[in-house]
Design a protein around this ligand. Structure first.
Ligand code: PMP
Length: 399
């Protein structure tokens, strides 16, 4: 089938919830994708941080193939080998002691919100339920997750929304301190805001936040759905800031391309859940957790994460050089391979121009070009991406 035929079939039968581009990808390998017409693309978005090991990483494919021949799923009424071992790997490499598995980032955040409330009510009383989240944050599209999300556009048309959320500007300690009241039980925050525009707060903010959390005896929930699993050059981004969260959510890169979510917590907090309090039929099934284990194994190999930092610095250096040539680039920022160019204008024209030339990037928060290449990217691929981007800026006449 051609791209056009895929587009027509999709338009007829698939519910219209995405502003899709007229491309159907049919094959991927490493940082490369091919569409249905055979055109090759360099992927600097990784399915929005999903394909962090590149497309069809051999170890992930092998793990899935092997598991598919043995057992797909029975149910969470029984113990699951891959789930146990993936939970162990997450615990051994984070603050957490216990892990709950689900199928997406939104679902992981739903679990985190439920656990925080349950813990707070049990420990501090019925009146403790309010969760402070950040303006421009993104936590998913299910009802509680979109209510936690600090962007009105995701909430419009879906009222009545769950109550008990309060929003403050990201990076503003004074506003955070002022928002706390007798109902507050938790702060929920992305270590780096992804959909909000790759927004980074400085170390002093995080030190202040940790102080506020301690002073007011609050829970700290970090949403690592986009920033986690090696993306920033550490396995989890909260580690850059010396934070001690109580709850963390994961998804996207955790499965290397298959749908998996996880919500991890300290023993103290996790013990607020009793059997029956929360569940997911497919959560942590053998197939996806075998993929997750393969991802974890690769990311924990010696030198993997330091290479992410090295490639991230190289990408930022090259973008900074480009910024000197194109005045429409106001700022280059990022951590590891979560990188952005702040423009002085809308970025969609640049994204389209890159796509035409075979480079996949994305534009978020209107004027922010976002780069989330596979963590396995090399200098050669970065150079190629920069050349295409440079041409796109010149073609647009952007300075
Ligand atoms: N949290 C963050 C930080 C995200 O970036 C996203 C997805 N972009 C989500 C949650 C929601 O994840 P999912 O689409 O898997 O529900």
């Amino acid at each position: 089938m051609t791209n056009q035929e895929h587009v027509e079939l999709g338009r007829q039968y698939v519910m219209n919830t995405y502003g899709r581009l007229p491309i159907a990808f049919v094959r991927g390998q490493g940082a490369r994708l091919w569409d249905s017409d055979g055109k090759e693309y360099l992927d600097f978005l990784s399915g929005l941080a999903v394909n962090s090991l590149g497309h069809c990483h051999p170890k992930v494919v092998q793990a899935i193939q092997k598991q598919a021949e043995e057992l797909l799923h029975v149910s969470n009424l029984y113990w699951i080998e891959g789930q146990n071992k993936l939970a162990q790997a997450i615990v051994n490499n984070s603050f957490a002691d216990k892990v709950f598995f689900c199928n997406s980032g939104a679902e992981a955040n739903e679990g985190a919100i439920k656990l925080a409330r349950k813990y707070a009510k049990k420990t501090w009383g019925e009146e403790k339920y309010e969760i402070i989240t950040m303006e421009h944050s993104f936590h998913g599209r299910t009802l509680a997750a979109l209510t936690a999300t600090g962007q009105r556009k995701y909430q419009e048309g879906f009222a009545p929304l769950p109550t008990g959320f309060r929003y403050v500007p990201f990076g503003d300690l004074k506003a955070l301190a002022e928002a706390i009241n007798s109902h507050t039980c938790a702060i929920m925050i992305e270590p780096i805001q992804g959909e909000g525009g790759v927004n980074i707060a400085d170390k002093t903010y995080w030190e202040g936040l940790a102080q506020i959390v301690a002073e007011h005896n609050l829970l700290l929930i970090v949403d690592e759905v986009q920033s986690g699993m090696g993306r920033t050059g550490k396995l989890f981004a909260y580690d850059h800031y010396g934070l001690q969260p109580n709850i963390m959510t994961l998804a996207k890169a955790l499965g290397g391309g298959v749908p998996i979510g996880a919500m991890a917590a300290t023993d103290e907090v996790a013990s607020a859940f009793s059997p029956g309090d929360h569940a997911s039929t497919f959560g942590g099934n053998p197939l996806v957790t075998s993929a997750g284990l393969a991802v974890m194994e690769v990311m924990l190999e010696e030198g993997f994460l330091s290479r992410v930092q090295e490639m991230g610095s190289y990408l930022q250096e090259q973008l900074n050089k480009m910024a000197q040539k194109h005045s429409s680039i106001v700022e280059v920022r990022g951590l590891g391979l979560m990188v952005a160019c702040q423009l002085d204008r809308e970025g969609t024209a640049i994204v389209s121009s890159c796509l035409e030339k075979g480079l996949i990037i994305n534009c978020t928060a209107g004027k922010v070009l976002r780069f989330l290449p596979p963590l396995t990217i090399n200098r050669h691929d970065i150079d190629q991406a920069i050349t295409i981007l440079d041409t796109a800026f010149m073609a647009q006449g952007n300075g």
